[in-house]
Design a protein around this ligand. Structure first.
Ligand code: NAP
Length: 279
C-alpha cells in the first residue's frame, strides 16, 4: 500500500449515483488526511479482476455495492463472521501482507441510525416487523437479532424467500404471509421497510398502519425520497420515523476507520451536504 496517499472507492454498476465519495472525501478533508475516495464502474464479469486490482494498485480497499455484494465474497482471503451470517460484504480492507478481508457494515449503520434518531430505542423493547427479504433485510435482521430483538416478523412478497431466510437465521425470525402484513403490525415496536416500494420511480408500499401501536418506530431503508409515503403516513399518525440516510452515513464510518485509522463522526454539516444532493 502507498504509505503517503490512501486511495479507496466504491465498486458497483451502476455506481454514478453513489453518495459515498461525498461522505468519505468530506471526512478526508475534515481530518486533514492525504487520500481520495473514487467511483469504480465495475460491470458484471469484471469483478474478480477489479478486486485483484486493489492489491496491484496499492489501494487501501473499497466498498462494494449493487450488484456485487454477494459475489465479492468469493474473492476474499478472510470474511468477518458477521458478514458471513449476512451473506454479503460491503467493504474490503487490504491488509499489510496483501490479504483481502471482507466486512459488512450495513447492519451497524442501521442500528446506529436508529440510536441517533431515538437514543432511548432498544431492540429488546418488543417485536420487530421487517418487510422484504433481500440484501438489506439480511443485514438488518442479523443486526436486530444481535441487538436483542425478541421476535422478528419477516414479511416478503415472495413468501418462500422469507421462509428460507427465517430457517437460515433462527427461531426468532417468523415468516408471515404478504397478505397478512397489515395485521402482523399488532404489538410491534419497530417496523422496517427494506423493499424498494416507495423509492423514487416506484409505487408506494401497499400497507395499512391501523394495527401498528403509535409507540412503534417506523424506518425505511430508502433515502430517495427522504420521506417515503410509508414514513409520511407513519408521521401523520404520530409514529416516530427514521429514513435511510442515517444508515448510509453510519455504515461508512467503520470502513473509513479501517482505511484511514480515524473513526469519523456523522455531523449535522455532513447531513446537510448530503441532503443538498437529494433535494
Ligand atoms: P434486493 O435484494 O433487490 O431486495 C428487494 C426486496 O424488495 C425484495 O424483498 C423484493 O421482494 C422486494 N420487492 C420488490 N418489488 C416489490 C413489490 N412490487 N412489492 C413488494 N415487495 C417488492 O434489494 P436490497 O439491496 O435489499 O435493497 C432494498 C432497499 O433498501 C432499496 O430501496 C435500497 O435502496 C435500500 N438500501 C438502503 C441502504 C442504506 O444505506 N440506506 C443500504 C442498502 C439498501 P421479492 O423477494 O418478492 O422480489
Amino acid at each position: 500500500m502507498n504509505k503517503n496517499f490512501t486511495m479507496t472507492g466504491v465498486m458497483g454498476w451502476p455506481v454514478a449515483h453513489s453518495r459515498s465519495p461525498l461522505i468519505h472525501n468530506h471526512w478526508i478533508a475534515q481530518h486533514g488526511l492525504t487520500g481520495a475516495y473514487g467511483l469504480f464502474t465495475v460491470e458484471q464479469g469484471n469483478l474478480a479482476d477489479a478486486i485483484r486490482g486493489l492489491r496491484a494498485l496499492g489501494l487501501a480497499g473499497s466498498n462494494i455495492t449493487i450488484p456485487h455484494k454477494v459475489e465479492a465474497m468469493k474473492y476474499m482471503d478472510w470474511i468477518d463472521p458477521l458478514a458471513q451470517r449476512m451473506g454479503a460484504i460491503n467493504t474490503i480492507v487490504v491488509q499489510a501482507d496483501g490479504a483481502l478481508h471482507g466486512f459488512n457494515h450495513d447492519g451497524f449503520g442501521f442500528i446506529q441510525s436508529l440510536l441517533e434518531a431515538q437514543p432511548t430505542w432498544r431492540a429488546e423493547a418488543g417485536p420487530a416487523v421487517v418487510l422484504g427479504a433481500g440484501g438489506a433485510a439480511r443485514a438488518i435482521i442479523v443486526s436486530l437479532m444481535d441487538a436483542g430483538a425478541p421476535e422478528i416478523r419477516l414479511i416478503n412478497r415472495t413468501h418462500s424467500k422469507a421462509q428460507d431466510l427465517a430457517q437460515e437465521l433462527g427461531a426468532i425470525v417468523h415468516p408471515v404471509n404478504w397478505r397478512d402484513r397489515d395485521t402482523a403490525l399488532q404489538g410491534a415496536s419497530l417496523l422496517v421497510n427494506t423493499t424498494n416500494q416507495g423509492m423514487q420511480g416506484e409505487p408506494a408500499l401497499d400497507i395499512a398502519l391501523t394495527h401498528l401501536p403509535s409507540s412503534a418506530l417506523v424506518c425505511d431503508a430508502i433515502y430517495i425520497p427522504l420521506e417515503t409515503p410509508l414514513l409520511q403516513s407513519a408521521r401523520e399518525r404520530g409514529n416516530a420515523t427514521v429514513n435511510g440516510l442515517g444508515m448510509l452515513l453510519h455504515q461508512a464510518r467503520p470502513a473509513f476507520h479501517a482505511w484511514f485509522g480515524v473513526m469519523p463522526e456523522v455531523t449535522p454539516a455532513l447531513y446537510q451536504k448530503l441532503r443538498a444532493t437529494l433535494a
